[in-house]
Design a binder for this molecule. Sequence first.
Ligand code: NAD
Ligand code: USQ
Length: 406
Amino acid sequence: MKIAVLGGDGFVGWPTSLHLSDLGHEVHIIDNLSRRWIDAELGVQSLTPMDSIQERTRIWKQETGNTIHFHLIDIAEDYQVFKNWLSANRPDAIIHFAEQRAAPYSMKSDQHKNYTVNNNVNGTHHLLNAMVELDLDAHLVHLGTMGVYGYSTVGAAIPEGYLNVGIDTMAGETVRQEILYPANPGSIYHMTKCLDQLLFQFYAKNDALRITDLHQGIVWGTHTDQTRRHDQLINRFDYDGDYGTVLNRFLIQAAIDYPLTVHGTGGQTRAFIHIQDSVRCIELALKSAPKRGDRVKVFNQMTETHRVRDLAEMISKMTGAKIAWLPNPRKEAPENDLVVENKQFLDLGLNPTTLEEGLLSEVVDVAKKFAYRVDRSRVPAVSAWTKDIAEGVERDPEHPRLRSVS
Ligand code: NAD
Ligand code: USQ
């Protein structure tokens, strides 16, 4: 297949591009390299030394003989350029990773909120709009988030996208319907993914676009089978307070002897997936495309759930790292349970890579190798969800675990 990978220079997009190229697909990365600019804005860099996208694709060609094409296009700003590219290339499938994906970055300031909404919603809408205009019957696979559901539990597993509800009619009957699971975003970033969902629902219904939305959990790990093949194919690896995600951050913190930064009580439960499984899920989703006229196909792309404090305690036990119990800069439930259905990927043959010591220590080893690149002052998460939280008003200094290191 000819596959366009929007955002193919990013943390999940790069290993996905390699994986699909390895399977024999013709891969075209479209990226505006905004993520590299954001590193410059924040004064941080990937833990791992990343080469330019052109150099990465050159090494891939040298190692495998396969060409991965790169096109520098901003899908949110350059609609006409993007549409012209789609018109000239007419891919069979489009994988859409090209969004601003950090919740803390999206909450930093009013400018960051605007940027995240404009970039994410416009990018997605431009893509859908252009596909209709060009009669492009490509399978669109979008990377969404588990965060659209809001993590809360009502004592039932979170279904894969749709909820069966009964609506009481005026005639006193109960009509059953499947609706999109109620959106409950916890950040401006997560909200843009909820808006994406509605755009997809409309374009699938109105224009019969074939769309798969992958509601992915937190991706952890760094290497995949393909990135391991050459030092210069290494994946990016974020550790800073905005882009670093919780499990990878804890592993890096353990490697550099920095107390593990647990927000609040660490009672937040989240869904996780290893990067190797993430790229495999995309392969599986591509093979299982919806038909024209079908509703949006939604998969929960996760393999396990964990409570933040359990992760910290496990890594502390494994590495001897201390744990810092910090005030939570986010407005989120301090404790939640989370049960998630993920039967569809399991039925398609996903064999989950769950948290086990070997893979966890592989990440710690990578972090130790590149520890000299870490700026410790960039580790704390400083982006606060509300002005009150920023001012510390809502912090509870009496909480026995806050502001302590154990
Ligand atoms: P990333 O920031 O590393 O990569 C995103 C890529 O998209 C970057 O290379 C960036 O330059 C590019 N991009 C952004 N806006 C663009 C635009 N307007 N035009 C062209 N390119 C643009 O993010 P990631 O971690 O690889 O995540 C990829 C996708 O998966 C995101 O949509 C994210 O919401 C989703 N996701 C990620 C995780 C995770 O833990 N990393 C978990 C769930 C879902
Ligand atoms: N957390 C800590 N300590 C840290 C960092 C985070 O306790 O040092 C806590 C946060 O407060 C939060 C949880 O860990 O409760 C998860 O935070 P995160 O930064 O790992 O994940 P999140 O902000 O939800 O975002 C990440 C990706 C995003 C993706 C999402 C999937 O950046 O692109 O959509 O995971 S999900 O979480 O399932 O919604």
